[in-house]
Design a protein around this ligand. Structure first.
Ligand code: ATP
Ligand code: MG
Length: 428
C-alpha cells in the first residue's frame, strides 16, 4: 500500500476481534461509576491551544513537545486534546456547573493525542477513561476515587498485578519553598546532572525527581526532601487519606518521588503501576488540583481526578489472560437455509427468535451456498449451534439443530419448541 494510505504512526485501528475486550472494559468502568453516582460528560476533542498551555503548564513535556497543534481555517490556534482534565474544567466553567460550590462528579472516555515515540503501551492516539470531582476539598473524596479504582481492579481480576503509589505535593507555597531548596542543592552539582535534568533545573525542577537516569538518582539521595517542607494542612490531608485507605483495606506504598508530569497537581498524587507491561507501567494516574479552576478564570474550586490508560489496561487484561472466555464468542446460533423458500422462512424464523429471545445472538446466512459452505461459515462465525432449514424441514415446520463445538448429536425440533430449547441452552 502506498505510504500516504496507511494509518499514522502511533494511531491504531481497533479491529473487530479486538473490540470485545474494549467494550468489556468500558462497560465495567461505566457500570461501576454508575453505582458510585458519577455522570458522564462528552466533550470536544479539539480545544483552543491556550487552554492546554494555561492548564497543563508551558514547560511540561506535553506542551513543549507533544501537542498536535494547528491553525484552523479562521487562523485560530487549536490543539487535539492531550488529556481530558483541561477540557472538563473549561466545560464546567462555561456552563456554570461548579458555581456556588456545586459538587460535580463526572467521568469521560475518549481519544487523547500526544506526539510521543510510539512503543508498547505508548501511542500517539490513545484512550483515557477519566473521573473528575469538583467542590469537595477533603481527603474523603480522594479516598473514594482510589477505593473505586481498587474495586474496579477487583472486578477485572487485576488486583494482584497493580500497586498503588501515593504521595503528597503540598500546597503551591510549600512546593515553592521546596523548589528553591532543591535548586540550591542541585545548582552546585549541575555538571553531574543529565542533560534533561539540567534543562529542568530552570524550567521544572521537581520533574528531576522522577528522572530515569541512575547518576541523577544517586545525586538525589542526599538532596532535600519534600516531606520536610510540607505545610500542616497538606500533612493532615495526607494522613486523612491514608487512614481512609487503611479502613477500606486498600494497600499502598508511599513514593516520595512521585511528582506527576502536569503542573496543576497539589496535595494528593497517585499512580497505579504494574510490572507486567515493561517500561509503560502506569495504568492509572491522578491527583488533586485545587488551583486549576481559578487558574482558568473561575472561582477557587477544590478538585481531584484521575485518568486510566485504556490501551494499557487492555494489554494488562490480555497479558494476565484475565479476559473472560465468553467474550471470544459473539454469535450463539447460525441459521443456514437451502433454496429460496427455506431462505424466506429462515428470515421469518430469525425475527421470531429475536422477538422472543432479545439477547440471543442470531446470524442468518447471507449469500446462499451449498450445505458444506454454509456449515463452514457457521463454524467460522464462532456460533455454538447451526440451525438448518431445507425443503424437508420447511414442509414440517421443523429445524435441524447441529452442535458445532462438541460431538453431541444433531437433532430435529419444531419451530414452536425452538425458543424454549434455545433459552435453556444459552441461559437466557
Ligand atoms: P507516562 O508517565 O506513562 O508518560 P503520563 O504521566 O504522561 O504517563 P497522564 O497524563 O497522567 O500520563 O495520563 C494518565 C494515563 O494515561 C497514564 O497513566 C497512562 O496509562 C495513559 N497514557 C498517557 N500517555 C499515554 C500514551 N502516549 N499512550 C498510551 N497511554 C498513555
Ligand atoms: Mg507522558
Amino acid at each position: 500500500m502506498s505510504k500516504n494510505l496507511q494509518a499514522i504512526r502511533g494511531m491504531n485501528d481497533i479491529r473487530p476481534n479486538e473490540s470485545p475486550v474494549w467494550r468489556y472494559l468500558e462497560a465495567q468502568v461505566s457500570g461501576l461509576l454508575d453505582t458510585y453516582g458519577y455522570s458522564q460528560v462528552r466533550l470536544p476533542i479539539v480545544e483552543f491551544t491556550e487552554l492546554f498551555k494555561r492548564s497543563i503548564g508551558e514547560v511540561t513535556d506535553i506542551v513543549e513537545k507533544e501537542m498536535y497543534t494547528f491553525a484552523d481555517r479562521n487562523g485560530d490556534l487549536l490543539t487535539l486534546r492531550p488529556e481530558g482534565t483541561a477540557g472538563c474544567v473549561r466545560a464546567m466553567l462555561e456552563h456554570g456547573l461548579t458555581g456556588g460550590g456545586q459538587v460535580q462528579k463526572v467521568w469521560y472516555n475518549g481519544p487523547m493525542f500526544r506526539h510521543e515515540r510510539p512503543q508498547k503501551g505508548r501511542y500517539r492516539q490513545f484512550h483515557q477513561m477519566g473521573v473528575e470531582v469538583f467542590n469537595l476539598a477533603g481527603p474523603d473524596i480522594d479516598a473514594e476515587l482510589i477505593i473505586l479504582t481498587w474495586r474496579l481492579w477487583g472486578k477485572l481480576g487485576l488486583r494482584d498485578a497493580v500497586t498503588l503509589e501515593l504521595n503528597t505535593l503540598g500546597t503551591s507555597e510549600a512546593r515553592a519553598r521546596y523548589r528553591d531548596a532543591l535548586v540550591a542543592y542541585l545548582e552546585v552539582r549541575r555538571d553531574q546532572l543529565d542533560e534533561d535534568s539540567q534543562r529542568r533545573l530552570t524550567t521544572n525542577p521537581l520533574r528531576i525527581l522522577d528522572s530515569k537516569n541512575a547518576d541523577t538518582q544517586a545525586l538525589l539521595v542526599d538532596a532535600p526532601k519534600l516531606d520536610a517542607y510540607l505545610d500542616e494542612e497538606s500533612k493532615a490531608h495526607f494522613a486523612g487519606l491514608q487512614a481512609r485507605l487503611q479502613a477500606a483495606g486498600v494497600p499502598y506504598v508511599i513514593n516520595s518521588k512521585l511528582v506527576r508530569g502536569l503542573d496543576y497537581y497539589g496535595k494528593t498524587v497517585f499512580e497505579w503501576v504494574t510490572d507486567k507491561l515493561g517500561a509503560q507501567g502506569t495504568v492509572c494516574a491522578g491527583g488533586r488540583y485545587d488551583g486549576l479552576v481559578e487558574q482558568l478564570g473561575g472561582k477557587t474550586t477544590p478538585a481531584v481526578g484521575f485518568a486510566m490508560g485504556v490501551e494499557r489496561l487492555v494489554l494488562l487484561l490480555e497479558t494476565l489472560e484475565a479476559v473472560p472466555a465468553e467474550l471470544s464468542r459473539s454469535v450463539d446460533v447460525y441459521l443456514a437455509a437451502f433454496g429460496e423458500p427455506a431462505e424466506l422462512a429462515a428470515l421469518a424464523l430469525a425475527e421470531r427468535l429475536r422477538d422472543t429471545l432479545p439477547s440471543l445472538r442470531v446470524v442468518v446466512n447471507a449469500g446462499a451456498g451449498s450445505f458444506k459452505s454454509q456449515l463452514k461459515k457457521a463454524d467460522k462465525s464462532g456460533a455454538e449451534l447451526a440451525l438448518i432449514l431445507g425443503d424437508d424441514e420447511l414442509a414440517q415446520e421443523q429445524v435441524g439443530v447441529k452442535p458445532l463445538r462438541d460431538d453431541s448429536a444433531q437433532q430435529t425440533m419444531s419451530w414452536n419448541d425452538l425458543p424454549s430449547f434455545l433459552a435453556n441452552r444459552f441461559g437466557l
